[in-house]
Ligand binder design. Sequence first.
Ligand code: MG
Length: 297
Amino acid sequence: MVPYMGESDETALSFLKKVDLSRFNYPFNFNEITNYLDDIAPGQPAIKAAIDIALHDLWGKIDRKPTWTYFGSKPETMPLSSYTIGIDEVEVVKKKVEEATDFKVLKVKLGRDNDREIIRTIRSVTAAPLYVDANQGWTDKEKALDLIFWLKEQGVELIEQPMDKTDIEGNAWITERSPLPILGDEAVQRFEDVEKARGVYHGINIKLMKSGGMHEAYLMIQKAKSLNMPVLIGCMSETSCATMAAACLAPLCNWCDLDGPFLTTNNPFKRPYFIDGKYALQNEPGLGLEMMPDSRF
Ligand code: MG
């Protein structure tokens, strides 16, 4: 759970105590279940996602089918997954890039005054395609646009959340002129935000910990497609449980940024199967999660 979303162990446990799924005769009617969870309390998308993901895993286990088959996903359309290089000192950035050998695309967090220096540093160690996440960090739209043109020359392929999510005019101004796709992330949480993002961003970043789980994320992907908006499926700091759930939907998306299990040190599950820079969907029933032998769970 990410602190800025206002969730904690305490809020999650107190939410769970209010949930009674025995009221449903059929536990896989996700529209009804999503509405029921939203009626218990607004917000709290991560604990709602936990329930939704557990039910999707169970659904597949009962049917003896991999969960990804319910969404019409095809393993062969799985996009490459990027790996995030956080903002840090130049030497640390260099070291992180050199360690990320399993990944064929890198995501770079920008939004400070040394953006060009960070990109030049990364370019001194790799020619891999880059995704840039400005994390609402740019405050001057004209400067941001200049930078985006320069970033395109540096092999950057997309830009996430250039300006503050409340600056609709600034983000829309950049989107109209940008030579690279501009994606809304912080501005897009749940289904109703997809329509609001139209005209402000080219596309959207969906995360299960914002959408409240796989069901709503799937509806958001369908909605975005109907509006001709491309989709990046991303993650927070997550274990294999959440990113393997997101990977079930990733073949329906244009880009994938599911590096959580590769950046966490307390993952109770084995790492996802990852081949040639992509998640490799398996044929195990449900999500196919495997516990680490020394897991305390
Ligand atoms: Mg982002």
